[in-house]
Design a protein around this ligand. Structure first.
Ligand code: AMP
Length: 280
């Protein structure tokens, strides 16, 4: 496994794969890797001859009030984990390598970015879409792997890749969870004391919603009410709870038989903001 740090070295990775006639899988991350990230890398290993992972805490997707400065980092541990699952290259650029002083182009996916996390984190998906487009342009992977854990991000990336004819297959993989249901996240490391136990309310609310739909509930107001009850009981402060169309992310009043419906939610456990989602 090789660590690459510059744009020039990234182009060399692409050229090497072309010369070898091998496909390349890209797994973009912000590091502090857990089993959810590693599942993406293992799937990349299955789908392409070569795998590159990026570790970059992208400043443009954080608002000034957010946790950029204290975002958890462990590069040595991350590199060991990447090596353990057979990653070929880890791209660890400095911020100035991706955003030199003259940088100004932005990628915007306006409709999919409008609601949910996009409404609560203005500018977030513009930052995500722009950095992911840069990574796809640098490495020109045959396949790129993302987690359903960040479902709105997955839909934004799938849409920009298709709209801009980037010629990459964007694959979404199911959320990897802790034994009690909590979605794995680098931000879970912020949870202190009983916050870890209270954080279960997000996945518990999601499961309750899924059971209600299995039992015939179709009114999204009732489903959202169940989830809110679960969050309130654990003193998790709602950021949003919504049932939306799984492709367009438009809000739904009723779950229809011929459209995919999905519950997305975000809440604060103490000061830590966590998200979760799943199909209904
Ligand atoms: P992050 O490092 O949080 O930016 O995440 C990097 C990639 O890993 C994104 O595609 C995430 O959706 C994905 N990811 C994060 N957590 C999980 C999880 N628990 N299960 C599956 N994928 C995940």
């Amino acid at each position: 496994m090789k660590v690459v740090r510059t744009v020039g070295e990234a182009y060399d990775v692409r050229r090497r794969c072309e010369a070898e006639g091998k496909g390349l899988a890209l797994v973009p991350t912000m590091g502090f890797l857990h089993a959810g990230h590693l599942a993406l890398m293992k799937e990349g290993r299955m789908r392409a001859g070569r795998v590159v992972t990026s570790i970059f805490v992208n400043p443009t997707q954080f608002a000034p009030t957010e946790d950029l400065a204290r975002y958890p980092r462990d590069l040595d541990g991350d590199l060991q984990k990447c090596e353990g699952v057979g990653v070929d290259w880890v791209f660890v650029p400095e911020t100035a390598e991706l955003y030199p002083p003259a940088f100004e182009t932005q990628v915007v996916v306006p409709r999919l970015s409008r609601g949910l996390c996009g409404a609560k984190r203005p500018g977030h998906f513009q930052g995500v879409a722009t950095v992911v487009t840069k990574l796809l342009a640098l490495f020109r992977p045959t396949v790129a792997l993302f987690g359903e854990k960040d479902y709105q991000q997955l839909r934004v990336v799938q849409t920009l890749a298709s709209d801009l004819n980037l010629g990459v297959e964007v694959v979404g993989l199911p959320t990897v969870r802790e034994a009690d249901g909590l979605a794995m996240s680098s931000r879970n490391s912020y949870l202190k004391g009983d916050e870890r136990r209270r954080a279960r309310a997000l996945s518990a609310g999601l499961r309750k919603a899924q059971r209600a739909v299995q039992s015939g509930e179709r009114q999204t107001a009732a489903i959202v009410g169940l989830v809110r009850g679960e969050l309130a009981a654990a003193e998790v402060k709602e950021d949003y709870v919504e049932v939306v169309d799984g492709e367009t992310l438009e809000p739904l009043e009723t779950i229809l038989p011929d459209r995919p419906a999905r519950l997305l939610l975000a809440g604060f456990v103490g000061t830590t903001r966590l998200i979760d989602n799943g199909p209904l």
